[in-house]
Ligand binder design. Structure first.
Ligand code: FE2
Length: 271
């Protein structure tokens, strides 16, 4: 079975790009003979657009699509009355959202995932928790501070996802596992070496604890997004994959969505 992996599609940041990325993805799914797609978050800045795109992918590529929300997907900039929980819950109406629970691909393979959050562990030790809680440095505001408002402290949100995923991993110990989070689990997927700004901003990219969890449970693959890299790194029995489409301004050839999706979309084969 061939699994396609992609994240950070950002289909709503430029006029007309939604259709072009969708068409690029449909073509890539066919040419690469992909059986199941995993999209690791940040489809759009509006949960309704994200839901529409995920449904379009399933319909037009005739493929099952699994998904975890990214921080952008839960942003409320178009729905000011909604909290992060409201948008997170609304995204569960997509059947392939792993926030609804694990999905078995076969007798041997299960996909477990959720967006995850960050615990500041990738930030410099020179800053305190309250420095990070401000989410602001040199006039730059980390947008989750105002667009992804939960009902509890950041560290507690991180713990919520950690506990939820651990329980699901415990219940599937005998299976081969693909673990999916939006945020990154290993330091190699943060900005390295960090400049002055990124010594602070790396704090909002993910959590070392998710990486440790992946290794503790010997998951086969740990898929993440968020950071706009296309990288693989193996530790022990676990292959960590970060595979982002990125903003069009970051594309190698920013005039050709078909080519860029084809280039970005990577696959793994499972027995
Ligand atoms: Fe993100």
């Amino acid at each position: 079975m061939k699994i396609g992996i992609l994240s950070d599609l950002h289909v709503d940041l430029k006029n007309g790009i939604y259709e072009k990325i969708l068409q690029g993805l449909v073509t890539a799914v066919k040419t690469k003979a992909i059986d199941v797609m995993i999209i690791a978050g940040d489809v759009a800045n509006d949960y309704e657009v994200s839901l529409g795109f995920l449904r379009d992918v399933e319909l037009k590529a005739d493929i099952r699509c699994l998904f975890v929300p990214g921080n952008h997907d839960i942003w409320n900039e178009k729905h000011r009355d909604m909290t992060a929980w409201d948008t997170y819950q609304a995204l569960k109406s997509f059947g392939g959202n792993l926030a609804n629970g694990p999905v078995a691909l076969s007798e041997d393979w299960t996909v477990i995932g959720d967006m995850g959050w960050y615990d500041y562990s990738f930030g410099s030790v020179d800053y305190t928790i309250s420095d990070f809680d401000r989410m602001q440095i040199e006039g730059r505001l980390w947008q989750d501070k105002v667009k992804a408002v939960w009902d509890r402290p950041t560290i507690d949100m991180h713990q919520y996802f950690l506990s939820k995923l651990q329980k699901q991993l415990d219940a599937n110990r005998h299976k081969n596992i693909i673990l999916v989070t939006h945020v990154v689990p290993i330091v190699e997927f943060t900005v390295q070496p960090p400049n002055r700004l990124w010594r602070y901003l790396n704090a909002f990219l993910g959590s070392r604890q998710y990486g440790r969890m992946a290794l503790d449970y010997s998951v086969n693959y740990s898929v993440s997004g968020h950071v706009h890299y296309r990288r693989r790194k193996t530790h022990g029995h676990t292959t960590f994959i970060c595979n982002c489409l990125n903003y069009t301004s970051q594309w190698i050839d920013n005039n050709d969505p078909q080519k860029e999706v084809q280039r970005a979309l990577k696959t793994i084969d499972i027995a």
